[in-house]
Structures are given as structure tokens and as C-alpha cells.
Design a protein around this ligand. Structure first.
Ligand SMILES: C[S@@+](CC[C@H](N)C(=O)[O-])C[C@H]1O[C@@H](n2cnc3c(N)ncnc32)[C@H](O)[C@@H]1O
Length: 260
């Protein structure tokens, strides 16, 4: 199988810039030496490769998109043959993965805002963690933040050309025109789009995430928000102190959860 340059670029960007930034946003980085790790929503697999190179004993990457898993497996074979006994990629939902295989760590990068039933997923994660095992999840933008539609507007309104691009620039615009966004997405994608969930977004705000984490039975060890050096993020961090603006001005979350 020949690897596409666009996928190789995504993988390299992960290793060179996205993954170091991901870890830097937590209060601490886990010691991966000899650890077993599960990556939920592993995408192109760069974080799994990094964790294996950092000394993990076993790394499993899961993603629902088979084309990404095909790339991750082939890239591993071609570029990191020495890791093929350590890293494993599978295109299955966690619920179908062995429930008797327990991990020291579960890591998830830029995926929690896409998982439609996060409460159920956290239950499955808890089941697969060793006692004392931890979840490291960092993700955003959250749906209720200014650009929480993950560019779905730009795509759906492509036929509107300049107007479409301008519409995509309006902060929180997707919240104001949600039904139009769904209708335009249905036309653009030509398949059943009946809700924001069908666009791969779970509509959760920071309050929703906090509640679901609290109800998961996992202990919240650390919960950081708006981890970014941009000026915009700093302004939002000030604005989110006003109670009713908190959900609208919190754009990412970096949290550590533990199974006691
Ligand atoms: C924005 S991508 C992030 C990929 C990778 N972690 C990265 O940072 O490059 C989100 C990924 O989560 C995956 N995903 C969404 N829901 C999932 C689920 N329930 N289980 C596993 N993967 C899921 C999607 O298929 C997608 O590849």
C-alpha cells in the first residue's frame, strides 16, 4: 500500500508540533516507561508512536475511521518496523475491544468533543483501567465556544463562496444558525444529516464535560481550560469568569482522571 503525502504530513505534524504541545498543556506528563497505554481516537497514530518511543511496553490505538487505521498500520510497518510488536492499531469502538485487557493509561487527543455518548465511553474506559490508572484527555474547540463547529460552516456554505467564508468567521455563528447549518450540510454531503451529532460533534460545553466527568466515577485529578498562548484565549479566560459566559468562552479542556 502506498502512503498518501497528505497523511504523511498529518502524521509528521503530529510528531513535530501537535503532540509536544498536547503534553505541555497538562499539569504533568505520565512516565510511560514500561506502561501499557490505550489511545482512543488515535487518528494517524503519531501519538502512539511517540509513546512507544518514550518507553511504553504496549500501545493500542483505536479509531472509528478505517482509512486512518490502514494508514497508521502501513506507516508503522514501513517507517517504524522496530515498533510493530509494541504498537497495535484497530478500527473498532472501544466497546468491542477486549474488556479483560487493562491499561495503565488511556490517552485521548482532540477526540472527546467528537464522542457522541461520552458518558458511556467513560464507563468503558474505567472498566479497562488498572486501579490507579489514569486518563489524560486534551481536546477542543468545545461546541459552545466561538469556533466550536470545527469548520463545518465553511464546508457546508462552500457554494456561497465569499459569503460562506465570511459566515464561517462569525464567532458563535454556528449556535445562531444551527438549523441552517444542518440543512446546508445535508445538501452538501448528500446524506442523512439530521442533527449536529451527524456532523461528528457532541454539542457539549465545559459544564456538560465537568458533569459527565463527575458522574463517571473517575476522580478528577486536574482540570485545566483555555490552554493556549493566543491573545484571544487570554481574553476568553477573563470573560469566562462571568458565570453566564463560562460555557461560551471556554474553548479547550486538558484533564487527568483517575480510577481509584
Ligand atoms: C480530530 S481527530 C483527532 C485524531 C488524533 N487524536 C489527532 O490528534 O491527530 C478525532 C478522531 O476521533 C475519532 N473518533 C470519534 N469518535 C470516536 C470513538 N467513539 N472511538 C474512537 N475514535 C473516535 C475520529 O474518527 C477521529 O479520527
Amino acid at each position: 500500500m502506498e502512503l498518501r503525502q497528505v497523511d504523511i504530513d498529518k502524521f509528521n505534524k503530529g510528531r513535530e508540533s501537535d503532540n509536544p504541545r498536547f503534553w505541555s498543556r497538562f499539569s504533568e506528563k505520565p512516565d510511560l516507561t514500561g506502561a501499557t497505554v490505550l489511545d482512543v481516537g488515535c487518528g494517524w497514530g503519531s501519538l502512539c508512536v511517540d509513546m512507544a518511543l518514550a518507553g511504553a511496553q504496549k500501545v493500542v490505538g483505536l479509531d472509528l475511521k478505517s482509512e486512518l487505521i490502514d494508514f497508521a498500520n502501513e506507516n508503522l510497518k514501513q517507517s517504524y518496523p522496530e515498533l510493530t510488536k509494541i504498537v497495535e492499531f484497530k478500527d473498532i469502538d472501544l466497546k468491542y475491544y477486549y474488556d479483560d485487557v487493562l491499561f495503565d493509561f488511556i490517552v485521548s487527543k482532540d477526540t472527546f468533543e467528537h464522542i457522541i455518548d461520552l458518558a458511556e465511553m467513560l464507563g468503558k474506559m474505567k472498566k479497562r483501567l488498572k486501579p490507579g490508572g489514569r486518563v489524560y484527555a486534551g481536546f477542543g474547540p468545545l461546541y459552545t465556544s466561538p469556533y466550536g463547529d470545527h469548520d463545518r460552516r465553511r464546508t457546508a456554505f462552500r457554494s456561497w463562496r465569499l459569503w460562506g467564508r465570511l459566515l464561517a468567521l462569525i464567532p458563535w455563528g454556528h449556535l445562531l444558525m444551527e438549523s441552517t447549518l444542518i440543512e446546508m450540510s445535508r445538501r452538501y454531503r448528500g446524506r442523512k444529516i439530521n442533527s449536529v451529532y451527524d456532523l461528528g460533534l457532541n454539542r457539549m460545553s465545559v459544564s456538560d464535560f465537568r458533569r459527565v466527568f463527575r458522574e463517571s466515577g473517575l476522580s478528577i485529578i486536574d482540570f485545566r481550560v483555555n490552554q493556549s498562548n493566543s491573545i484571544q484565549s487570554k481574553v476568553f479566560s477573563l470573560l469566562r469568569r462571568i458565570a453566564f459566559l463560562e460555557d461560551y468562552c471556554t474553548h479547550n479542556i486538558y484533564c487527568i482522571l483517575e480510577k481509584r
